[in-house]
Structure formats: structure tokens, C-alpha cells
Design a protein around this ligand. Structure first.
Ligand SMILES: [Zn+2]
Length: 433
């Protein structure tokens, strides 16, 4: 009861002071970047065309890699062997969904900060449509992931990095969907994901020096971070970054649907790539790749991932329950909702809630916390302002007990006494009478 009174009081103060306009985008708080890191410059300089050419031509030599086919099995074994030869710990993540069975390849470089469970992911998809050798879609992304892994595996970083090659992308983002679902249920602390899909084509001056990050609103902080990294390392990469609105058409979307932050990296000249009928065709061959471009893009991406995995995470908030993609009945988890075949349904990862259900969040670290705000669709609905603690909870409902019916996003903002802000959200379909 005390908490409720304090909460309403805090909300009142916040509304009066204009604090109510919560930031439209935030993620975790990271220590600001100020200057290039000489070690990262050294790593960037190890990226070269022949390494990317080597991976791309080996991958396309398997031919079209339609999900579940023998070519996919061979290609995934090849990727597994390459990761293993780098000294990384590698696993297949096997999955079956709809009429497909296949496997993702996951390599891990453990972080040195043993007090943190934070994980960053760089990923691409190795499967193709039925007729295409997929040199650009998405052999280019997989080549960059492999080249980055090869160089980073010789170094250590504060936080864990996972390098992932997904299958099932072209048939409905299946491999990443099942992976994101599994790691979400396991409680993995995935802080940020960079997905690379079609990163090797360039035929204009502008396109040759520009890389695009398409950012879901909840993940815009990663795009902003990448933009800062690109300015710090422009001399080494010759690559600038432009940020765009999200497109749901690649594997990053699976992570977003399960409550993680993920962005989609793509070549600037994608329109030309489609007009020239290279996309999803027999013409998507290694000789179409602009090797200078893919090399510079890989340099940039390597810098972004290295900076993400080494820049101190100063504040993070994580919604631990309700689980994404689950149904709840008066606070009891009922059923996992695992049957959404279409990636366009926007229902993957959505949590269905009937009756008041408790929202639980973890704050890392928690000692400096001043305010925790619970919002629905951007409007403040509850506040907690008391002793800083690692866990907070709030019964999902609107203020003045108005019932919630329909599709809603529940958001949590955490503010510290030193002025840091962190954010997490969950997509729900709610009926709270
Ligand atoms: Zn693709």
C-alpha cells in the first residue's frame, strides 16, 4: 500500500514537472565513447579482401542452400569447422518448425568480466532461396561474421560475443525465431544484436562509402552507437553510417519480437541490387560483390561490435516476467505461443495476458537507482521511488483502475541519481478486467 501511495505521489510530481515526457528511445546506458581504441584500430587493419573472398567463395561453392537441404547441412558444417579452427566454442542450434528441420551455427567468445552476463551478437543467414547461390544474400553477411570472428577470437573483451549463422531466414525467419525464443526463455542477457543481410553490393560513389542500419525504435540506441563509432574510425574504414527506420524483413526482427534490441545492417545500393535482378536469382554470384565495399563494411562492423563488447555498461533494466510469447491467466503462465508461422503476423513474441499480472524487472547495477517508472504506450502509469533494489515489480493495470483491453506496450524506465536512464519494454495483448 505504501508503495502505491508513494507511486501516485511520484507520478504526480513527474507530471507537474514535465518529467512525464519520458525519452522516446533509450536502451541501456553505456559509458560515452570519446576516442578511437588503438587495439581496435589494429584489429580493423587485419580485415582484408582476400579473407572475405575466401569465405564467400567457399560458401557459394555449396550452391543454393535452401533450408533443410543437403547443401545447407554441408554449408553449416563448413561454418562450424571455420569457427572451431579459430579456437571458439561452437554449437549447432537444431530446430524443427513448420515443415522444415535445420540448424543454426553459434560460436562464442566469452567475456572477461565474470561479474557480468551481458552478451552481444553479430549474425547473418547462410540459407538461400531455392535457385540462388546467395553470394550477397546472404553469403556477404556470413563472410563478414566469419572474418570478424577470426580477428576478434585472437583478443578478449569485457562482454561475451556470439557469432551466429542462421538458416531458415528465406522461408520465414525460422532459424532466428526459434533461437530468439529459446534464449529468451533461458533468460540470456542479450544486450544488443547486429544482423547483417546483403552487405556486398555497391555500384555508386555514394553507395561505396555508406552503410545503412535499419533500426526498430526500441533499438535505435545501437544505431546511434554505430554512428558514433563510424565517426571515430572513419580514417580506418572509409565508411559512413546512415540510420533508417526498421524493415521487418530479416533476422534482427526475431530478436526484437522476443524483447531484445537488434538492428539490421544493409548495403546502401540495395535498390540497384533489386533492379538489376541479382536478388534471389541465379545471378547472385561472388563476382557481383564489390570487394572494396564489403571489406570496408566489415571493418566498420568489427569496430562497432568491438566497442559494444568493451564499453562499460553503466545501467541496464530487463523485464524478466511475463515471458515474451507466452500466455498468462491471472499471473499464472499458461502456454507458450509457438505456432505463428508468418513473420508478418506481428504476433511472434507477443504476450497474451488475461487478468492482473505482475511485471518483474531486474536493474543492473541497482545501487544508484532513484526512480523506476512503469508506462503503458508511453504514458506513465506507476512509479516506485524508494530504496534502490535489484528487483522491482508492478501489477500491470492502468491508473485509476481503468481496464486494459487490446494491444499495448508496457515500458519500464529506470533513472539513477547520477542522471543515467535505461529502458525495456514488452508487447502484449491484454484483457485486465
Ligand atoms: Zn537475406
Amino acid at each position: 500500500m505504501r508503495r502505491k501511495i508513494i507511486g501516485i505521489f511520484v507520478v504526480g510530481i513527474l507530471l507537474l514537472t514535465g518529467f512525464a515526457s519520458v525519452p522516446s528511445q533509450a536502451g541501456p546506458a553505456l559509458q560515452p565513447l570519446t576516442s578511437p581504441d588503438p587495439q581496435i584500430i589494429d584489429m580493423i587493419q587485419q580485415v582484408n579482401e582476400s579473407l572475405l573472398y575466401y569465405y564467400n567463395t567457399h560458401l557459394t561453392a555449396f550452391g543454393p542452400r535452401y533450408t533443410g537441404t543437403e547443401n545447407c547441412t554441408k554449408a553449416s558444417q563448413y561454418i562450424y569447422d571455420e569457427f572451431q579452427a579459430m579456437g571458439l566454442s561452437v554449437k549447432f542450434h537444431n530446430w524443427t518448425f513448420d515443415k522444415f528441420t535445420d540448424r543454426n551455427v553459434v560460436a562464442t567468445l566469452p567475456g572477461t568480466d565474470t561479474s557480468s552476463n551481458a552478451i552481444f551478437i553479430i549474425c547473418a543467414h547462410y540459407d538461400t532461396v531455392e535457385i540462388s547461390p546467395g553470394a550477397i544474400d546472404d553469403g556477404s553477411g556470413v563472410s563478414a561474421v566469419l572474418a570478424t570472428a577470426k580477428i576478434l577470437s585472437q583478443h578478449s573483451f569485457n562482454y561475451t560475443i556470439r557469432f551466429i549463422a542462421f538458416s531458415g531466414e528465406e522461408v520465414g525467419l525460422y532459424g532466428s525465431y526459434l533461437y530468439a525464443r529459446d534464449v529468451s526463455r533461458r533468460g540470456d542477457n542479450i544486450v544488443g544484436v547486429i544482423n547483417l543481410d546483403e552487405i556486398g553490393y555497391s555500384n555508386t560513389m555514394e553507395g561505396g562509402r555508406t552503410f545503412c542500419f535499419l533500426c526498430p525504435s526500441r533499438s535505435k540506441w545501437i544505431g546511434d552507437f554505430a554512428l558514433t563509432v563510424s565517426t571515430l574510425y572513419i580514417k580506418q574504414t572509409n565508411m559512413t553510417v546512415e540510420l533508417y527506420q526498421n524493415l521487418i524483413l530479416s533476422d534482427h526482427q526475431s530478436f526484437v519480437e522476443y524483447g531484445f534490441d537488434a538492428i539490421f545492417g544493409q548495403q546502401y545500393d540495395s535498390d540497384e541490387y533489386y533492379y538489376e535482378h541479382i536478388s534471389h536469382s541465379r545471378n547472385d554470384t561472388s563476382d557481383r560483390i564489390n570487394w572494396t565495399y564489403i571489406t570496408n563494411v566489415t571493418k566498420l562492423v568489427l569496430a562497432v561490435v568491438s566497442e559494444l563488447a568493451s564499453t562499460p555498461l553503466e545501467l541496464q533494466v530487463i523485464i524478466t516476467t511475463p515471458y515474451q510469447g507466452y500466455s498468462y491467466f491471472f499471473n499464472h503462465p499458461l502456454l507458450p505461443l509457438d505456432f505463428w508461422k508468418s513473420s508478418f503476423s506481428s504476433l511472434r513474441g507477443t504476450t497474451f495476458i488475461v487478468g492482473r499480472t505482475e511485471l518483474n524487472v531486474d536493474v543492473i547495477p541497482y545501487d544508484d537507482v532513484e526512480t523506476v517508472l512503469f508506462c503503458i504506450d508511453g504514458n506513465i502509469n506507476g512509479g516506485v521511488w524508494e530504496v534502490a533494489q535489484p528487483h522491482y515489480n508492478w501489477s500491470i493495470h492502468t491508473m485509476f483502475n481503468t481496464p486494459l483491453v487490446g494491444k499495448h506496450t508496457v515500458e519500464v524506465y529506470v533513472y539513477t541519481t547520477s542522471g543515467k536512464v535505461a529502458f525495456d519494454e514488452i508487447n502484449t495483448i491484454i484483457y485486465t478486467i
